[in-house]
Every structure is written in structure tokens, then in C-alpha cells.
Write a protein that binds this ligand. Sequence first.
Ligand code: NZQ
Ligand code: MN
Length: 388
Amino acid sequence: MERFTIPRDVYYSKGSMEVLKELKGNKASIVVGGSSMQRTGFLDKTRNLLEQAGMETQIIDGVEPDPSVETVMKGARMMREFQPDWIVSIGGGSPIDAAKGMWIFYEHPEAKFEDIAKPFNIPELRNKAKFAAIPSTSGTASEVTAFSVITDYKEGIKYPLADFKITPDIAILDPEIAYEMPQKLTAHTGIDALTHATEAVTASQASDFSDPLALKAIMMVKEYLVESYQGNQEARDRMHVAQCLAGMAFSNALLGICHSMAHKTGAMFGIPHGCANGIYLPYVIAYNRKAAESKYAEIARYIGLDGTNDQELCDAYIGFIVDLNKKLNIPASLKEYGVEEQAFYDKLDAIAANAASDACTFSNPREISEKELKELFQAAYHGTSYIN
Ligand code: NZQ
Ligand code: MN
């Protein structure tokens, strides 16, 4: 038996935040990041709309990028005191992911992080609260996914929590929030979305339900990401939708080793999540093509790249990503990003071992050993071609 799960409701287009006025309940906890949502007025707007719905609100702010286990536990304690019946998260993937973690420990204070970090091991939710998410970046798609990525800073490792129980009840895609994104954030989150869609097409759980969403997302990234990066508002509207389609796809199809590598080096070397994916993706395709060349060719054909056979089409898709990275000022290697050579080699054994055991590795289209991961990391460090 297979399963395909997405939120019950997705509200989209300008003005969709107004739906907050219609939520039924007494109390809502609003979870938000640093200052961007205060500065741009969207936090006040969220609170006002919830108050118009007759709800008392609590604000849990200060969620840091790549949220920590401690932030999750602190927010859960605040929720236990306040007893919300709605959790409304607004911001990038970080506050939405943190809010999902808080939700688990609000409803299950006795749960242990080690246990819920095991795939599909989260206890029943929605006994106390429902969950709405309002993304302010166009990339992670946490508003529709069954994942939450929490960082253990003592180990310097990101843990992807995975279970359909944390797929939000409501996703609200109001594109005006994304107009405020600075250029670099637009580039990084946009490439994250492209990586989600690409890995979704080739992942082990890819299906007739996920493929159309992923392919459409890739087509939209091709058409709109560069213009969105340049600040064009209509293009930003389209990217806000594209990243969500990619999210619905990968939440069900799962991901692959590009995300394993990004998860295990992002916190370690201080590389933003999407940027790490952008750096690794061309190398990962070079490795995976031995098992999934026809899938990459299918993507290339769908988005109109040139090539007369699968090999040429796969080359064209890698070329497309390399070129897109250049246009978005994403470095072509870890070295170019500025990772110190000594630091890289000191950590190489550890990052290869950690990436090999990342949850995303198991859904990659081609098996990979620690030794092969080391070779792939080295190619991505120096910017050399990965030869199968
Ligand atoms: O903290 P504030 O002040 O809000 O500023 C944030 C933060 O500094 C800022 N920002 C967000 N929206 C903005 C904005 N600035 C101006 N205008 C806006 N509209 O951007 C900075 C980064 O925010 P963050 O939430 O960290 O970014 P992103 O959306 O890229 O999320 C990254 C996190 O999501 C996880 C990543 O691992 C990482 O922790 N992921 C979650 C996934 C999921 N739940 O399914 C899947 C993804 O693959 C990803 O791993
Ligand atoms: Mn991602």
C-alpha cells in the first residue's frame, strides 16, 4: 500500500492570509524567526487577523536559522503554559520546522528527541492543536512537507524528522511576503526548490502523483528563478507556487544524497541549506546517472533542453544547473565558497560517514558507500568532474 499526503487546504495568491480570520479556536501560538517578519509588518498582520478570529495570541519569537533542539524544547514549554489550539508559524523553513518540533513536544512532553528522530516514529498529534504555516521564503516548502529539520549543535548535525503526522493542516501561500526576500536568499531558496524537485523525480518513492508536481516545478524554476532573483514580483509569485509543488512532490517521493550531503555539511561549514544543495547537485547527478540517467533525460526533455539520447540530455540538464548557479552567484565548489582545505580534510571522514547514514541516502536512486561519498565530497570541494 502506498500513500500520498498533502495538507487538507492550500490557500494561495495575494491576500490569502485573510483566511486566518476564519480559523476556529480560542488560542493561537505564533512561531516566528528573528526580526524579518516584525520589520515587514507580517507578524502584526498575522496577530491582527487571528485576533479578528476571536483568538488570544502568544508570540514565540527568536527562532534562529537552522533551529536547535533547545529552541524547540523552549517553545514547547511556552506552548504547554499557554495551551494553544492553533499553532501558526510564519517565516522561512527554520521557524516552520521549529514550530513542528514544538508541536510534538507540546502534545507529548514525555517524548524523547532520539525516538522521534527515527523515521515515521512521531506519536499522534492534533489532540491539542492544529497547525498552519505561512512561508516567507520560496524554497523549503515546509508548509506542505512531512519533515522538520532540527540541528543538534553539540554534534553539528541536522536531524530530519519525518512523519506525515507533521504535515501541516493548512498552508498559506501569500506571495507578497516573498517580495521582501533579499537576492541571496532568493537564490539559495530557489535552488533548494530545484533540488527538491530533481531529487523527487529520481527518489525511491517517486510516483505518478509526485512526478507531475516535480516536473512542473522544474519547468517553473527554469522560467522564473532568474527573474525572481532580479526582483521581478510576478516571477516571485510564480516561484512561491513552484517551490510548493516541489514540496508536495518530495514530501512523498523523498529525496536523495544531495540533501544528505547538505544536511551534514551545512551546520558544519556554515553554508546555507539551499546554497549547499546548489553546489552539490551537479556532482550528485554525475554520480547518480549510472542508475537514473533516463530520469534526468526525462526532466531535460520536459523542460525543452537539447539532446538526441539520454546521455546527451542528462549532460544538458547538468549544464543547465551549472549555468543557473552561475547566474545566481552560487559557487561551483566548496573551495570557491570559502571552506578551508584543512578544515575540509579534517572533517572528511566524519561528513562522509554522517551523510551515508542520513535518512535521505536510503531513498537515493543509486546506493553509495562511505568511500564513494568521500570521493564525491572531494570532487565538490575542488570543483573537479566526478567520473563514474
Ligand atoms: O530570522 P528572520 O529574521 O525571519 O530572517 C530570516 C533568516 O535570517 C530571513 N528571511 C526569511 N524570510 C524572509 C527573510 N528575510 C527577508 N524577507 C523574508 N521574506 O532568511 C534567513 C534564513 O531563514 P530560514 O528560515 O533559515 O531559511 P529557509 O527558508 O531557507 O529554511 C532553511 C531551513 O529549512 C530546512 C533547512 O535544513 C534549514 O534548516 N529545510 C526544511 C525542509 C522541510 N521542512 O521539509 C526541507 C528542506 O530541504 C530544508 O532542509
Ligand atoms: Mn532542501
